[in-house]
Design a protein around this ligand. Structure first.
Ligand code: B1M
Length: 230
């Protein structure tokens, strides 16, 4: 019997439960993550705390060890799978809302980039805040973004990039929006670990969002201004 078999989730302090989630996410144990998320919910912890203190904190450790050559792509993929399993449990709770629709958003990761956990999180939180969200996934070309924005008559375009090599593509999208005369109709919000407010300003996005909760606040602020003006 390994040590994990002896752990009784109910006996753990909240902080110990979060630490166990971080360890199990690191090890890519999706089934255990699902059980632990359910246990955290059972004891009344909020979906947001479970997400940030358990899952996202675990993924931060994975990221550090990936950078330092301790973990490799297969292990990180297992961790990502475990993260998504946990997010699937939280999803209905994060998107639960009786609020009227505030506006419509399209979000996707830019061309050449297949990281989607962060933008999936933003999607969920935007839905929870009352936005109609169309998540167009990973590896999106200019054409993909433009087609989706038109199809869904979006108020907001959200772009995500996790690589320093893919973030410049956001400027390509914004420049194309300008050339086609569609830039001013849209609120363009960008995010992803290597970005910054300065980069967002440089590419003429409307704002940089450091994390999913900031993405909610910023989206709401821009929509409020737009509705007043419109
Ligand atoms: Co990759 N990877 N990866 N990876 N990966 C990073 C990004 C890296 C920083 C790891 C490292 O070295 N420490 C590094 C990038 C270095 C750089 O560019 N400077 C890196 C690398 C190098 C690579 C590969 C090139 C590795 C290789 O093949 N040699 C390769 C590239 C593949 C490609 O995209 N073409 C690669 C592959 C992968 C996996 C497939 C194994 C996997 C992705 C699985 C998936 O997403 N389905 C993976 C993962 C998981 C990571 C790390 C470990 C974790 C990313 C993550 O999910 N974080 C990452 C290290 C790190 O970031 N610390 C790393 C959790 C998530 C909740 O946070 O995505 O930052 P984040 O999202 C946040 C905010 O940034 C913000 O809100 C989110 C929630 O709070 N946000 C937005 C994000 N998007 C937003 C959009 C918005 C608003 C806010 O719109 C409005």
């Amino acid at each position: 019997m390994d040590d994990k078999d002896e752990i009784i989730l109910e006996d753990l302090e909240d902080q110990e439960l979060f630490e166990l989630m971080q360890d199990d996410l690191y090890d890519g144990f999706a089934d255990e993550i699902v059980e632990e998320v359910h246990e955290a919910l059972r004891r009344g912890l909020t979906p947001y705390d479970i997400l940030t203190q358990g899952l996202v904190a675990g993924m931060d450790i994975v990221g550090d060890d990936f950078r330092d050559g301790i973990l490799f792509v297969p292990e990180v993929l297992m961790a990502a799978k475990a993260m998504k399993a946990g997010m699937n449990v939280l999803r209905p709770l994060l998107v639960e809302t009786g609020a009227p629709r505030l506006g419509t958003a399209v979000i996707g990761t830019v061309k050449g980039d297949i990281h989607d956990i962060g933008q999936n999180l933003v999607s969920m939180m935007w839905e929870g805040a009352g936005l109609e969200v169309h998540n167009i996934g990973i590896n999106n070309s200019v054409e993909d973004y433009l087609e989706a924005v038109e199809k869904y008559n979006a108020d907001i375009l959200g772009m995500s990039a996790l690589l320093t090599t893919t973030m410049p593509y956001m400027k390509v999208v914004i420049d194309t929006l300008k050339e086609s005369g569609k830039r001013d109709d849209l609120i363009v919000l960008v995010g992803g670990a290597p970005l910054s407010a300065a980069f967002a300003e440089e590419i003429e996005a409307d704002a940089y969002c450091a994390d999913a909760s900031e993405a909610v606040v910023v989206a709401k602020e821009f929509l409020k201004v737009r509705k007043k003006l419109g």
